[in-house]
Design a protein around this ligand. Structure first.
Ligand SMILES: *[C@@H]1O[C@H](CO)[C@@H](O)[C@H](O)[C@H]1NC(C)=O
Ligand SMILES: *[C@@H]1O[C@H](CO)[C@@H](O)[C@H](O)[C@H]1NC(C)=O
Ligand SMILES: *[C@@H]1O[C@H](CO)[C@@H](O)[C@H](O)[C@H]1NC(C)=O
Length: 369
């Protein structure tokens, strides 16, 4: 009897909670455009590849003022650390055959109502997560949020919508474990953290930055695959094997009717001017504008081809957030030395900036999934 009452009162709370969320989303969408968001037409047709296009100047950009976004990491907050030029903020990605939907923070949160989205990967994942938080928080400055952080996971919870935006730090996706007599072993066939990831509603993976690290920056001592432990091996081959382990895990362990799986394509660096026809240039410090047009002179990096290759073997639906070429064109969008540690960084990206476009593309992908 007692437990019956408790059960019915707790289900009453759930009903009220869902109703509040529903009202919030409905009311907001009516305020924005007079139409219910559920009835919004699908903007992108299957025949449009949103990843093929060019950068165009757009006076209405950036999508937010980064000084209105609290807690941008010192690595990405270019404006705060004195970047004087503004032009890099003023470019919009224009696909060849359609328009991207403008990022709509309320619609994004309403679509994900009650769900969790997790970015899993290296600091590039953190870069994208911080941009997403800025896009959401600057559009909804009075919405209630809670932050939680520990060694592996940082979460920002948008309480009014029941949405968690999380980043899970994983440099290689596969495991690194301490093995007796060897030390830290990078295990290309093992993906234990998958048991945590598979319970999340939207998963956005990325891995590339760390595969060629050597010397003191290499966070492992040996590498293992097929029950062999080696001192080292061809790094591209190692990347392919790890990605294949991940791909098999998606096919065997992820229920893609519940979880959406997205892989973020390789994020390029700009340290070699030969790639964009400026021989002798060794960093991005002088770059103030994107490369115009749709083609990056050097073409795709080899790792991007490996990603496409491995993804094509997956039987379940997986979306490639194919940001490689459009990011290669943005030699102007890195922090260079305008960051909290003053070191030259042509690997990460300013926030606001290019990762906002990645999130617009993520939004478009979720609408059309
Ligand atoms: C870190 O936080 C996540 C999400 O809040 C939680 O699931 C996980 O157990 C935590 N891990 C540790 C080691 O505390
Ligand atoms: C993820 O896997 C690694 C092994 O590579 C393990 O050390 C770590 O504790 C795992 N993280 C969590 C949150 O379980
Ligand atoms: C970056 O490039 C500029 C101009 O090409 C050069 O003068 C400078 O020394 C470079 N800085 C670093 C840290 O590589």
């Amino acid at each position: 009897m007692g437990s019956g009452i408790r059960r019915s009162s707790s289900s009453f709370c759930v009903v009220v909670f869902v109703l509040i969320l529903w009202c919030l989303c409905l009311a907001n969408s009516e305020k924005i455009d007079g139409a219910k968001w559920r009835k919004k037409p699908v903007i992108i047709t299957r025949s449009c590849n949103v990843y093929e296009g060019r950068w165009v100047y757009d006076e209405s950009y950036p999508l937010y003022d980064s000084s209105a976004c609290p807690n941008i990491r010192k690595e990405f907050d270019c404006k705060k650390y004195g970047r004087p030029d503004q032009l890099y903020l003023k470019y919009r990605w224009q696909p060849n055959d359609c328009d991207l939907p403008r990022f709509d923070a309320k619609d994004f949160l309403c679509r994900l109502q009650g769900k969790k989205i997790m970015f899993i990967g290296d600091s590039v994942s953190l870069n994208q997560m911080q941009s997403l938080i800025c896009l959401l928080q600057t559009a909804l400055p009075s919405t209630n949020i809670i932050k939680q952080t520990n060694d592996t996971v940082s979460s920002v919870i948008f309480q009014d919508y029941g949405v968690s935006v999380m980043v899970f730090h994983s440099t290689y996706l596969v495991d690194t474990e301490v093995v007796e007599n060897y030390g830290r072993v990078l295990k290309l066939d093992s993906l234990k953290n998958g048991s945590i990831w598979k319970n999340i509603d939207v998963l956005v993976f990325n891995s590339w930055l760390w595969w060629y690290r050597r010397g003191p920056k290499q966070p492992w001592d040996y590498i293992e695959y097929d029950n062999k432990i080696l001192k080292d091996m061809d790094r591209m081959d190692a990347f392919r094997r790890a990605l294949t382990t991940w791909a098999k895990w998606v096919d065997s362990d992820v229920d893609t009717t519940k979880s959406k799986v997205i892989f973020q394509g390789v994020s390029p660096s700009h340290y070699n001017g030969d790639e964009w026809n400026e021989p002798g240039v060794t960093n991005c410090s002088m770059e103030k504008q994107p490369i115009m047009g749709s083609k990056y002179p050097a073409g795709l990096p080899a790792a991007a081809l490996v990603v496409k290759d491995v993804l094509s073997t997956i039987k379940k639906p997986v979306h490639l957030l194919d940001i490689t070429t459009l990011s290669q064109l943005r030699k102007d969008a890195h922090p260079s030395s305008f960051n909290g540690f003053r070191g030259m960084d042509c690997t990460h990206w300013c926030v606001a900036g290019l990762p906002d476009t990645w999130n617009q593309l993520l939004y478009a992908a979720l609408i059309n999934y």
